[in-house]
Ligand binder design. Structure first.
Ligand code: SF4
Length: 221
């Protein structure tokens, strides 16, 4: 099964409990204003297979608390998402958290087929004007759905839980010098970081800059 993936990473510690494997899908049709992941919007790039993704994450599985699938928009590739979820369950993964920018109600067809495959699901588009007070969510309009017994046991406490007072992001360094962050930053944190580094003589591009400058659709898998 073909799939488009922006990146894979372990450990991710800021998007769900414990040390998690992060799988970011490539491509997003929703295009929320203020999105911090604009480099994942393009429909082209990151072409690979579900089997290749499994092969890459398999060595991390014994060390991981669970899997967080985000993007990009996972439900824009429904068949690939379902195939990936089934393969992860076959590999005995028992904690799968999925992010979607679509409304929960619009996902009914895919969710029917995903019955039992997703433990917790966060839905609805990022709203830059909404308050930002709830755990695991970038804006308070986003809803957390606990879909399995494990999901209810492990994620119910997040439903109305305030964001942690401790500000935390995962930082990843690529071989080409790119620096990636995972987690949910405070509003405009990356613009502030860009300003601070610029004042110190560093040149950086943030996700929005890269999305604007890339017109060839080539993204790293
Ligand atoms: S759904 Fe997520 S990746 Fe897509 S535009 Fe909104 S915040 Fe960005």
């Amino acid at each position: 099964m073909d799939i488009r993936v922006s990146r894979l990473h372990f450990p991710v510690t800021t998007l769900g409990p414990g040390r998690r494997i992060g799988i970011w899908f490539q491509g997003c049709s929703i295009r929320c204003a203020g999105c911090i992941s604009m480099d994942t919007w393009a429909d082209a790039g990151g072409e690979t297979s579900v089997a290749a993704v499994l092969a890459q994450v398999r060595e991390w599985l014994p060390l991981a608390t669970g899997i967080t699938i985000s993007g990009g928009e996972p439900f824009d590739q429904p068949e690939a998402l379902l195939a990936l979820l089934r393969r992860l369950r076959e590999a005995a993964v028992d904690d799968i958290l999925v992010y979607s920018g679509h409304a929960f109600e619009s996902l009914a067809a895919t969710l029917t087929q995903a019955d039992g495959l997703i433990d917790a699901l966060i839905t609805d588009p990022f709203d830059i004007d909404a308050p930002q007070t709830l755990g695991l969510r970038g804006s308070d309009n986003q809803r957390l759905h606990c879909l399995t017994a494990l999901g209810r046991a492990r994620y119910a406490t997040y439903a109305q839980a305030p964001r942690s007072a401790a500000k935390a992001l995962d930082v990843m360094f690529d071989e080409d010098g790119s620096v990636w962050f995972a987690g949910i930053p405070e509003r405009h944190d990356f613009l502030r970081l860009q300003e601070i580094l610029s004042e110190q003589g560093h040149r950086i591009q943030i996700s929005a800059d890269k999305a604007r400058s890339r017109s060839d659709g080539k993204f790293r898998p």
